[in-house]
Structures are given as C-alpha cells and as structure tokens.
Design a protein around this ligand. Structure first.
Ligand code: ATP
Ligand code: MG
Length: 371
C-alpha cells in the first residue's frame, strides 16, 4: 500500500515541490526547486482566514481536525491560483494532535526485524486497531551501553488513516498531487536544526495550537502539543479590555510584551497564558532529559541536555517574546530563521525577519525532497 508518511525519494525525478502548511487560521505555501547547494525559493504565499476571529468554529481546522474538505480545498486552490503556481507536486504537514508519537529505545537489529518490532509497538501505542493507522519510524540515534550491547533509538509515528485520506481528498479536489505527508515537527526539525549538533527545543506558537518539539541534527526526537497558543493571548486581551477580538489582535501585534506605562497592562494580561506555554515547554524538556538523553553517548548528542530554544510560528513575532522565554527557560532563545537554509530572491530579504517564523513549517516541507 502507498504509505505517504514514507520518504518519496523515488519520485525525485521531479525538481519542484510545494510545501503546504494547512494551519487553523491560514494556509501557507512555499514553492521550492532543488538545485545546487541550497534549494531555491520560487514562490510563497499565505491565505489567512479571519473568520475565526469572530466565530470560534470558523477556523480552517480545529484541534479535532474537523476541517471541511471542500472548503479547505477551495481555499487551497484559490491560493495556488493567486500565486500563479504551476507545480502540482505537494508535500503537506499534519498537526501534532493528529498523530501519536514516541521515542523508543530498542536493541540494534536488522531493518526487517525493526519493521516487525515497530508494528508490534504501534499496537501498544495507538488506541486504534492497527488496520486503521499508518505507521512510520525513523532511526534517530544509536549507542552501546556499559555491557557492550548496541541500542537504537527510534522515533515512531502513527497517524489514523482517516486523517491521511482527508488530506488526500483535499489535495485531489484542489488539483494537487499529494506526494508526501508528515507531522509538522519533522518539517520544523529539518529546517531549523539540520547540520546542528545542539539539542534544541522548538516551540511553534500558532493560532490555535503550540507544537513543542525536541530536535537535533535535523532529527525529531520528541513531539508534544498544547492548545494554548496565539489565539489565547488575543482572547485574554479581548475579554479583559472588553474589546473585539479583531481589535485585540491588532493591539497584540502592535505592542507585544514591550509596551510602556499604561500599555504594560497588555503584557500583564498575556503573560499568564504565555506562562502556560512555557510550563509545557519545561515539562517536555525535563521529560526528555530524564527519560531519554542520559542514555545517549555525550559525543553524539552534545551534552545530552536541551541547550537552546527556537521560537517559530506566527506567535514568535510577539514583540519581546524571545527575552521573556530566555529568562523563564534560562536558555538562550532565538527566533527561527528558516531562510538560512534556502536561496531566495533579493526582494524577499527585507521580509525574512517577519515571515521566517510563520513559514518555518512550509519551508521545512518544501525542502523535504532535497535533503
Ligand atoms: N507580530 C505578531 N505579534 C504577536 N502575535 C502574532 C504576530 N503575528 C502573528 N501573530 C499570531 O500568530 C498566530 C498565527 O500563527 P501561525 O500563522 O503560525 O498559525 P497557524 O499555523 O495558522 O495556526 P496553528 O499552527 O495553530 O494551526 C496568531 O495567533 C497571530 O495573532
Ligand atoms: Mg501552524
């Protein structure tokens, strides 16, 4: 059976791909061509659906993935048309909440044996019959223990078939061919940590959900998610100041956490929600460090502890957020710079500080077939 979670290197005759990130409030597309040392950005664009600001159930998708196929396909088709994109080969991302993932420590064995072991593990991991899920596993590390026994670390991903079929339908209706589908943590790990030994906590703050990942050397090692996100910050401003959500959204983007005097009230309103996200990020970090990294050889996995935070998603553009994360997490915190991994036309240069973080997933998807 065709497994869209598997890498599609065999389809590599084609040289241009669309990275398509269907978020809760926007669809983002990055069109990339593989050539030379770095993939080249040919085109990109975003279609934002502001309906969700007024009506909560008018998001493109909700955290139960209840997006309406036809409406989503229409929006996607509209965006492709607006951007005058001719490429039809697409790679898309699934939100973290649409999958079950786990990092396993198993003895070293042949790929065939590993495949069998993973089928078995998936049964234990997923609260659904195995026939209803598609699984994928990626070797993300190996080491030898004190007794000389070789171990491998495997990141196991399992996605309900229902979600995969939904994406296939949407892309087909939009006139695109879905070449591969992956959870968004994989796209973020690839674009933000490839070639980098530093163990990194990636916090992607979207509108409706925040994706928290641990990655190094382009490999995803841990993936978690919380429903507290950019929308929670906007809501807190709107309800406390008794203003419309639309107005609150404008204020949030204008002032961020750095407003002075009377405006500092805004940050006071947002911080409790940001603290929930930070609390979740700390929990993920502690869990990873306690359960997984001590077993890794120090040489391979840096010091075996999380050493840095990278913020992505639209929420990473909140003014002052890096400094606040830095202080609370007690770790150097940077805003994502996914454009560092690709070539792009000079006219895009002035925009990359602002569009980089929200486009991290789309760009990570766009380079998948070239790395
Ligand atoms: N300059 C800014 N300051 C603060 N927040 C911002 C800024 N720009 C965008 N945001 C917030 O980022 C969020 C949208 O981020 P993003 O585009 O990554 O979401 P999404 O991918 O559509 O949603 P999700 O990942 O939850 O499905 C919104 O909550 C928006 O208010
Ligand atoms: Mg997103």
């Amino acid at each position: 059976m065709f497994n869209p979670l598997k890498s599609l290197k065999s389809a590599l005759g084609r040289r241009t791909y669309l990275g398509v990130d269907i978020g809760t409030t926007s669809i983002k597309i990055a069109e990339l061509t593989g050539s030379g040392v770095k993939p080249i950005l040919k085109n990109y664009g975003v279609l934002e659906s502001y309906g969700h600001l007024e009506r909560l159930n008018n998001a493109i998708q909700t955290s139960s993935l209840k997006m309406l196929d036809n409406e989503t396909a229409e929006l996607l088709e509209k965006l492709v048309e607006q951007l005058d994109i001719r490429t039809t080969d697409a790679v898309a991302s699934l939100p973290a909440f649409a999958s079950f993932t786990t990092l396993l420590d198993v003895p070293a064995m042949s790929p065939q044996e590993t495949a069998q072991a993973m089928e078995y593990q998936a049964r234990a991991l997923v609260p659904l019959p195995v026939s209803e899920v598609t699984i994928d596993w990626l070797p993300v590390g190996d080491y030898e223990d004190e007794k000389g026994i070789k171990h491998q670390q495997i990141f196991l991903i399992s996605v309900p078939n229902e979600h995969i079929k939904k994406y296939q339908r949407i892309f087909k209706t939009a006139g695109l061919s879905l070449r591969a589908l992956e959870i968004e943590g994989l796209s973020l790990a690839r674009i933000l940590t490839t070639g980098d030994l530093v163990t990194t906590l990636i916090v992607d703050i979207g509108a409706r959900s925040t994706n928290i990942s641990i990655a190094e050397r382009g490999l995803l090692k841990y993936s978690a998610q919380t429903d507290f996100a950019g929308g929670s910050l906007t809501q807190s401003i709107a309800s406390s100041l008794n203003i419309s959500v639309r107005r609150a959204e404008v204020l949030k983007k204008q002032k961020g956490l750095v407003g002075m005097g009377g405006e500092s009230e805004l940050s006071t309103l947002m911080l409790p929600f940001l603290d929930v996200i930070i609390g979740e990020a700390k929990r993920v970090k502690n869990n990873y460090e306690k359960n997984y990294s001590p077993r890794l050889p120090r040489s391979e996995a840096g010091k075996g502890i999380v050493e840095r935070v990278i913020l992505s998603g639209g929420g990473a553009n909140l003014l002052g957020i890096e400094k606040y994360f830095d202080e609370q997490m007690k770790l150097p915190t940077l805003k994502a710079e996914p454009f560092a991994k690709i070539s792009y036309p000079p006219e895009v240069e002035p925009l990359i500080r602002e569009i980089g973080a929200p486009f991290a997933v789309a760009l990570g998807l766009g380079i998948r077939q070239f790395t």
